[in-house]
Design a protein around this ligand. Structure first.
Ligand SMILES: *Cc1c(COP(=O)(O)O)cnc(C)c1O
Length: 455
């Protein structure tokens, strides 16, 4: 008999609540601060930017389990559960005794985990009488997911896409427009923040920081318009917990429990999504799972950043967030092709990293693409370059197992597929990519500009 390879939940067995790790963390994240007064924010302060429900979820340190609204659950059923897959072919290619599993979040038509949070964010906006939503997007996965979710719940969407990504990944803006969204390259001339940035630096390639500034400005100056965010914030990690909650049930079906859980790291949403539901058993001492967040060596906030209060955006419109950061003025090197370009880490993850519940590893660009190629050639799925960071970190662990003979169970999150990222693969295959190590001076220079609030 051949061994079972894919584990899928029946519709009736899908989780109906999200897991809010904030309620069970031994040390709660420090509060976000109002930049003018340095006072902790209340939900009302956030609600002029975000939907009220997301604002409440953001600051909810009480309720560990939050009901998934029925209409959202209904939409989840179009593509969930996503499969948990045992990567036999990858194991064989690595000649490792490790058991490698991956949670395949690439199987929805948008191609990444982002839609898990786009759906509830748009649903809550609609419920509260909002007519328009806006956001930023880098590579375009979040913009695509949001454009679709806005259409599902009858909202108009306006997306600011990082200018350089728009050039590198042209089809993503077509996807967003196909779902009915309007798309602008950031920095743009349509907002004050965009104009200021272009005046200072006419060739600014754009960053998530510039695009967030523009979207927040649009949301705060347009009646009936709310801002949405695809990563970094606590409520996004909450929605993404559906990944880990399913994975927990599916690992049970496979008759195993992961020793190590690995995910790539941009702002922390897919990492938190797969990791937090498992991490709750570490808090009680019942399990000792190791959690590894894989970031690019050219944007290393977890491994080389500092824990400080910083802005979430370039212009300084957002609240001050306690995070591991490279400084909000950070611009990733142009040579960097693998996504995960955001300057900071989410508040929850930052606290967990500080408290030793997880660790970060940084992966050089060429190792990332090498891992992506091996995974494509063994498992038949071309991974998003972002996800390839997780694959590379998993391969490192599997090779360690080969050397020690230890039969560990490894679980990683395949956050998305790479079928619209073929320009990056093309560049790699042509030998045009190289490694880039961020100089210490650049990090120190950026960090020296931060308000120094944590003593
Ligand atoms: C957005 C994205 C990421 C990075 O964001 P996180 O919030 O850190 O998960 C990773 N992989 C894919 C495919 C993405 O679209």
């Amino acid at each position: 008999m051949t061994k079972q390879k894919r584990f899928i939940l029946q519709e009736k067995d899908l989780p109906t609540k999200w897991y809010n790790i904030q309620a069970e963390m031994p040390n709660k994240p420090l509060p976000p601060l109002n930049p003018a007064t340095k006072e902790p924010l209340k939900a009302e302060d956030l609600a002029h930017i975000f939907s009220l429900e997301c604002s409440k979820q953001e600051l909810d340190t009480e309720h560990a389990w939050i009901d998934i609204p029925e209409p959202v659950l209904d939409m989840y059923k179009y593509y969930r559960s996503t499969p948990l897959v045992r990567a036999y072919a990858l194991e064989k290619a690595l000649d490792t005794p490790a058991h490698i599993y991956f949670k395949n979040e690439s199987v929805n038509p948008l191609g990444s985990h982002k839609v898990n949070s786009a759906l509830p964010q748009c649903y809550y906006c609609k419920q509260e009488g909002t007519t328009n939503v806006t956001t930023e997007t880098g590579a375009g996965q979040w913009g695509a997911a949001l454009s679709y979710a806005a259409k599902v719940f009858g909202l108009e969407a306006a997306v600011y896409q990082v200018k350089i990504s728009m050039k590198q990944k042209p089809y993503r803006s077509s996807i967003m427009r196909t779902f009915g969204a309007t798309v602008e390259g950031s920095p743009s001339m349509s907002t004050r923040a965009g104009k200021d940035i272009i005046t200072r630096d006419p060739l600014h390639p754009g960053s998530l920081g510039t695009a967030i500034s523009e979207a927040v400005e649009l949301a705060t100056t347009t009646p009936g318009c709310k801002y949405t965010l695809g990563s970094v914030l606590n409520h996004v990690a909450l929605h993404q917990s559906i990944i880990g909650l399913e994975a927990e049930l599916q690992m049970e079906m496979a008759g195993e429990y992961p020793d190590k859980i690995i995910a790539c790291f941009g702002g922390g949403s897919n990492f938190g999504g797969i990791a937090f539901p498992f991490m709750r058993h570490n808090f009680t001492g019942e399990r000792h799972t190791e959690f590894i967040a894989a970031e690019p060596a050219s944007c290393p906030k977890l491994t080389r950043g500092r824990f400080e209060y910083d802005f979430g955006d370039e212009a300084g419109y957002t609240p001050l967030l306690p995070m591991f950061t490279l400084g909000h003025g950070f611009k990733p090197a142009n040579i960097h092709a693998g996504g995960l370009r955001y300057h900071g880490a989410g508040m929850i993850v930052s606290q967990l990293l500080k408290d030793g519940f997880m660790k970060g590893v940084d992966i050089p660009q060429l190792e990332t693409f090498e891992a992506g190629l091996l995974f494509s050639r063994t498992e038949g799925i071309i991974p998003a370059p972002e996800s390839s960071h997780a694959i590379a970190a998993t391969i490192r662990e599997a090779i360690k197992c080969r050397e020690t003979g230890e039969k560990q169970v490894l679980l990683f999150n395949l956050s998305g597929h790479g079928l619209i990222d073929m320009t990056a693969y093309e560049n790699y295959l042509n030998g045009d990519l190289r490694n880039y190590e961020l100089p210490d001076e650049v990090i120190q220079e950026n960090l020296s500009k931060l308000p120094h609030i944590i003593k």
